[in-house]
Design a protein around this ligand. Structure first.
Ligand SMILES: Cc1cn([C@H]2C[C@H](O)[C@@H](COP(=O)(O)OP(=O)(O)O[C@H]3O[C@H](CO)[C@@H](O)[C@H](O)[C@H]3O)O2)c(=O)[nH]c1=O
Length: 335
């Protein structure tokens, strides 16, 4: 099989590539990534020397670069590339519209030209917006994104569905809840709190810290994505959740307890603008149709993640200082 992965140097994309190459070492895997601040080729060190793996630096808004990189007869595109951080989208939505919306459409256009056989679009539970207590967001529920990030991802989903409907593209969409695990860029809650705590620095708690997120280990997510890619119904959307809905404060308290650090590090700060109170995805469809269930219990997954960050101080220091970014800029130049 020939696979084309966008955003494969990011946290989830790189975990997916590592897991795919491990299972299917004979498949060709092309990783197309812009190497933004969150992209990191060190995440792929264990596959970098495989003859079947290839890295191409490029922007999904660049149709010519995509045409040159996507092989004819490509079996599958898995589209991870996205600006993903909600706080950044509140500061400026421009990059989110460019990459998540225009980039997705450009990729869809080239995928069609190239006759790509299957297109898996990675979306988010945030497209459903904040979900009231005791309710769940199902695949056929209305889209109600609240942040500029979520709105850009909802727009991207509509474009994928439009390409499937209008041109018969064999597309699937997954919406995953909050991922955590090794190699996550330390801007997201868990790696930010973890790396701050390791340095005895305060941990910012937005508002009252009672916002609920459903945590899924990235390995569980990758197992679900592989299954959807291989066995999902063409045109279908699948929700992927961790069955670990927890308030942020509970997550942070558990993290500090596992680290043996005091809860006095938790520091309430001004809330995120328009902060969604609760995400809750109904995952019964993927469980029923594809027999998938998350395997990693949150506390164990968190302990394993903590150990990874403790054992990889160089990766952490480089990611936090922006050193990778400077290095890639020198190595590849500006795009
Ligand atoms: C960074 C940070 C976050 N928070 C809060 C905000 C949220 O309620 C929760 C998690 O924040 P974040 O790690 O930024 O993740 P969140 O906004 O839920 O979005 C994530 O999860 C989504 C899936 O739900 C993905 O689509 C997004 O790409 C990903 O960024 O913790 C804090 O209280 N303090 C912080 O310093």
């Amino acid at each position: 099989m020939a696979m084309f992965i966008t955003g494969g140097a990011g946290f989830i994309g790189s975990a997916f590539i590592r897991s795919w190459v491990k299972r299917y070492p004979n498949d060709t895997v092309i990783n197309f990534d812009k190497l933004t601040y969150a992209g990191n080729l060190d995440n792929l060190a264990e596959v970098a020397d495989q003859a079947t793996y290839q890295f191409v630096r490029g922007d999904i808004c660049d149709a010519a670069a995509l045409r040159a990189a996507i092989p004819d007869g490509c079996d599958a595109i898995v589209h991870f590339a996205a600006e993903s951080h909600v706080d950044r989208s509140i500061l400026s939505a421009r990059e989110f519209i460019l990459t998540n919306v225009l980039g997705t459409q450009t990729l869809l256009d080239v995928a069609r030209e190239k006759g790509v056989k299957r297109f898996l679009h990675i979306s988010t539970d945030e497209v459903g917006g904040s979900v009231p207590e005791d309710q769940f967001f199902a695949e056929d529920g209305p889209l109600a994104p609240s942040s500029p990030y979520a709105a850009s991802k909802a727009a991207a989903e509509h474009l994928v569905r439009a390409a499937a409907h209008t041109f018969g593209l064999n597309a699937l969409i997954t919406r995953t809840s909050n991922n955590y695990g090794p190699y996550q860029f330390p801007e997201k809650l868990i790696p930010l709190a973890l790396t701050n705590a390791l340095a005895d620095r305060p941990i910012p708690v937005y508002g009252d810290g009672q916002q609920v997120r459903d945590w899924i280990h990235v390995d569980d997510n990758c197992a679900a994505l592989r299954l959807v890619l291989e066995k999902g119904q063409p045109g279908a959307t699948y929700h992927i959740g961790g069955r670990s809905p927890l308030p942020n404060r509970t997550v942070l308290t558990m993290l500090l307890e596992l680290l043996g650090k005091p809860t006095s590090l938790l520091t309430e700060v001004t809330d995120r603008l328009g902060h969604d109170r609760r995400y809750a995805v109904d995952c019964s469809k993927i469980e029923r149709e594809l027999g998938w269930r998350p395997q990693v219990a949150f506390r164990e997954g968190l302990a394993q993640t903590i150990a990874w960050y403790q054992n990889n101080p160089v990766w952490v220091a480089r990611a936090r200082s922006g050193e990778y970014r400077t290095y890639y800029a020198q190595m590849y130049g500006a795009l």
